[in-house]
Design a binder for this molecule. Structure first.
Ligand SMILES: [Zn+2]
Length: 249
C-alpha cells in the first residue's frame, strides 16, 4: 500500500546510472530508505536527481522487512535554495541531517524531530540567520529528544550546582558519566573535556528557554555549547560526524 508523507531527504546514494537510494526523515513514518527508480533522468517525476535537504511530499511503498520500498512521486513543497547559496549555512544544514540520521533509527515515527529539522532548515534559509545559535538549539533539542542530554546544571557525581561562578578550567563534561562534573569530581574521571564559562551560561540559557524559539545567546556561548554537544553526540554515537570539521569551531 502506498503512503504519502511530508519528508526531508537526509541521504542520497547512487544506485545505478539512473536510480538513487534515498533516505528520508518523514513526519509520520520516521526514517525510511527507498529506491527512486529513474530519479536521475531529467524527465523523471521528481524532475531529476534529488539532492540532500530536498523537502516535499513523497508517495512511496513502506519497505517490507529486508526489502526496500519504492518512491513513486516527489513534489517539492519547500525550496531550500537560499540555504545552498552559502557554504556555512549549507554545511550546517548537512550536519543537522547527518546528526538526525545517526541519532534516530528506522521504524519509529518522530514527528517532533521532523518539525525541529524543518524549522531549523527554514531558519537557516533566512539571510540574517544566526547560524551558530540555530545549530546550538537544534543539537540541544535533538539530544533531549533522544534522551541523551544528560545532567547539565549540577555535577553528576556530588550534585553541586554548577554555574558561571565556577570559572574557566574548573568544570568538566563527561559523556560516559552523562553530564557536568565539578572540578574535584572531574579529577577522578578519565573521559572528560574542559568546559568554558560561556558554555555553562549558554546551556543555562537553553534550559531556561524550555523549547521556545528566540533564545538569545552570544557567539562565544553558542560556540561553547556547540562544541560540547557535538563532542557528546560523537561519543554517544561511537563515531565522528563527517560534517563536524566544517561546522564545529
Ligand atoms: Zn562534583
Amino acid at each position: 500500500m502506498a503512503l504519502s508523507e511530508q519528508a526531508i531527504c537526509i541521504r542520497t546514494t547512487d544506485y545505478s546510472e539512473t536510480s538513487q537510494v534515498l533516505r528520508f526523515l518523514t513526519r509520520g513514518a520516521g526514517i525510511v530508505s527507498i529506491l527512486a527508480k529513474g530519479s536521475k533522468r531529467p524527465k523523471s517525476k521528481s524532475g531529476g536527481a534529488l539532492d540532500l535537504l530536498s523537502e516535499g511530499q513523497i508517495v512511496f511503498t513502506q519497505p517490507a522487512s529486508g526489502a526496500m520500498g519504492t518512491l513513486f512521486e516527489f513534489t517539492e513543497t519547500v525550496s531550500h535554495l537560499p540555504l545552498r547559496t552559502e557554504a556555512r549555512r549549507l554545511n550546517t544544514g548537512l550536519y543537522m541531517t547527518e546528526f538526525i540520521g545517526l541519532l534516530l533509527g528506522e521504524g519509529d515515527a518522530h514527528p517532533d524531530a521532523f518539525d525541529l529539522l524543518h524549522n531549523a532548515l527554514g531558519r537557516l534559509a533566512d539571510a540574517d540567520a544566526p547560524v551558530e545559535a540555530v545549530l546550538a538549539y537544534f543539537q540541544w533539542r535533538m539530544l533531549r529528544h533522544a534522551g541523551l542530554l544528560g545532567q547539565l546544571s549540577n555535577c553528576v557525581e556530588c550534585d553541586v550546582s554548577i554555574n558561571a561562578e565556577h570559572g574557566a578550567g574548573a568544570v568538566f563534561f563527561s559523556s560516559a558519566r552523562g553530564g557536568l562534573l565539578c572540578g574535584s569530581c572531574g579529577c577522578t574521571t578519565d573521559e572528560k573535556i574542559n568546559i568554558s564559562t560561556d558554555a555553562i551560561t549558554g546551556l543555562a540559557g537553553l534550559q531556561l528557554a524550555r523549547g521556545r524559539r528566540g533564545v538569545s545567546l552570544s557567539e562565544a556561548q553558542t560556540r561553547g555549547v556547540n562544541r560540547l554537544l557535538s563532542y557528546h553526540a560523537t561519543y554517544q554515537l561511537g563515531k565522528p560526524l563527517r560534517m563536524a570539521r566544517y561546522v564545529i569551531r
